[in-house]
Design a protein around this ligand. Sequence first.
Ligand SMILES: Cc1cc2nc3c(=O)[nH]c(=O)nc-3n(C[C@H](O)[C@H](O)[C@H](O)COP(=O)(O)O)c2cc1C
Length: 342
Amino acid sequence: MVKIGNIELGEFPLLLAPMEDVSDPPFRQVCKENGADMMYTEFVSSEGLIRDAWKSKQKLDIFPYERPIGIQLFGSDVETMAECTRIAAAVNPDLIDINYGCPVKKVACKGAGAGLLQDIPRMVEMTKAVVDATDLPVTVKTRLGWNEETKNIEEVAERLQDVGIQALTIHGRTRAQLYKGEADWTLIAKIKNNPRIKIPIFGNGDIDSPEKALEYRNKYGVDGHMIGRAAIGYPWIFNEIKHFFATGEHLPPPTIRQRVEATKNHLKFSIEWKNERQGVLEMRRHYANYFRGLPHFKDYRMRLVQSLEPDELFSILDEVLAEFDGYFLEKIPKKVEYAGID
Ligand SMILES: Cc1cc2nc3c(=O)[nH]c(=O)nc-3n(C[C@H](O)[C@H](O)[C@H](O)COP(=O)(O)O)c2cc1C
């Protein structure tokens, strides 16, 4: 049984990765319904939160059915991070996560996110300040190191455990790699096998099918997987992996009806959570992902991303169902390309 503090996560938890502009409450709802064991908010800027910025505060919205859920914070100033930990803890998440993995220039090159991988003493100081600021468990998500020459994750893992983090998720790339190449899990396995390391180690990077999830589980011995891009437009991946682990067999892929239902639920929650206009606008980035691979979807997509009327959007989705009901779509959609935000 994997445990973080008192949070029991089962034998081999599947975590939904924190993803800016993606893993908001509407998206998390669809992932939770489809088997995500633990989820995180999008990263929350500590500078924003302390300024009372609306965008940062809105990211603190969490809902009871999402539990266990972690709020992820990032920042460059130790005191601000500690203060934000207190603000975030006040909304009562299950844990606080620190982002030491974001590679984006405006974050990493300003001493936040993956930038801390270049200054381990400050990373340790910041982590300790966050741990001391709350009774909640604190976890960390980071990368292998800043670049190929400075892969310091082994030192990072030991030192952060020593100041009290209760789980570590490692994305098997360096900051310099951004999202390029293939994630290298060998160092992740090395950390998991370090007898000094007692906290759960979660592997992250490129899990996009039940087969790969099983192969990496067996090969690298991690305590659970964190899944990001493969869940975008395909939240079914969590239950598919669980079923494959349990039975060695594949669940049937979602039908068009299920895809339409998930899309409608996502849209409905977006509107409820934000407001009609904002919810409709933010949903636009998701349609193509839910129907990836469907022939001639482009025309529907154009209509979906042009309309501002919820009723019209729901009826376009009904048209999609009417036209494609029974159509067999490939099991895992092409991986969503993420061009990087540098
Ligand atoms: C659109 C997008 C936004 C992301 N935002 C965050 C974030 O806010 N915090 C974070 O720790 N990682 C963020 N990441 C990184 C993911 O959490 C994850 O580490 C990465 O995508 C690799 O996992 P995957 O191959 O399963 O997608 C983001 C990734 C993507 C694609």
